[in-house]
Design a protein around this ligand. Structure first.
Ligand SMILES: Cc1cc2nc3c(=O)[nH]c(=O)nc-3n(C[C@H](O)[C@H](O)[C@H](O)COP(=O)(O)OP(=O)(O)OC[C@H]3O[C@@H](n4cnc5c(N)ncnc54)[C@H](O)[C@@H]3O)c2cc1C
Length: 193
């Protein structure tokens, strides 16, 4: 197993090598040679589950609002129309994504095939997470650059680790299949291109 360091300065990934693996025939899932077909269903489900983190985006929107109470030049950021509009737009998009994720979960719970919609919500969730993180860092301001408190007490902006979270959020457009791959899946399976 070879550790892979990530830019949030944590160790939570490894490159794992499996050599000379033998599996008893009784453990065969489905038909031999169709592993990738079955794997794709699992990947669809994984993407859908990742997007369930959309719920977290609502909390993040609240964090952004609180951080935007910070005053700059005597005026709270949240009182500036351009900032207020950006936050409102983020909240609207989060609500739309949540509605989509909840509908998908409901259908999946009733046994429906999620099809390429796992890719759609994963793609949208990852984009929103990254844009929300940028908004949040902007609202916190230069203090966001302080890495103090990373392993200790939360900062005064409720959610600690904002910068670390923003750095980690870069991975969401890579893992579970990169955004380019999600676009390809949507183009092929949803749009028939
Ligand atoms: C933090 C982290 C955690 C991870 N966790 C896991 C895990 O738990 N389990 C696991 O199995 N894997 C995990 N991965 C691996 C992850 O799924 C892959 O990194 C991801 O699918 C991208 O594949 P790749 O790294 O081989 O990139 P590549 O496929 O080499 O892609 C490189 C670049 O080329 C682009 N590209 C590739 N093919 C195409 C194409 N056909 N069309 C257009 N563009 C293309 C990609 O978008 C990307 O920008 C993790 C990765 C990271 C970074």
């Amino acid at each position: 197993m070879r550790p892979i360091a990530t830019m949030d300065e944590k160790h939570h990934t490894n490159e794992v090598f499996l050599d000379d693996v033998r599996i008893p025939l009784g453990n065969l899932v489905g038909e031999e040679g169709r592993g990738w077909t079955y794997g794709k269903v699992l990947l669809d489900r994984e993407r859908m589950v990742a997007a369930c983190n959309a719920i977290f985006l609502t909390q993040m929107a609240r964090g952004i609002r609180r951080a935007a109470e910070r005053k700059l030049g005597g005026i709270a950021l949240i009182d500036r129309p351009i900032v207020a509009a950006k936050i409102a737009q983020f909240e609207i998009e989060v609500q739309a994504l949540q509605a989509m994720v909840l509908r998908l979960m409901d259908e999946a719970a009733r046994g429906a095939d999620s099809g390429p919609r796992g890719s759609m919500v994963k793609l949208r969730w990852s984009q929103l997470l990254q844009s929300g993180m940028s908004l949040w860092l902007g609202a916190i301001g230069p203090e966001a650059a302080h890495f103090e408190g990373l392993d200790g007490a939360p900062g005064h902006f409720d959610m600690p680790y904002a910068l670390q979270g923003a750095l980690y959020s870069r991975v969401t457009t890579i893992y579970g299949g990169s955004s380019e791959i999600q676009h390809n899946i949507i183009a092929r399976r949803a749009l028939g291109l």
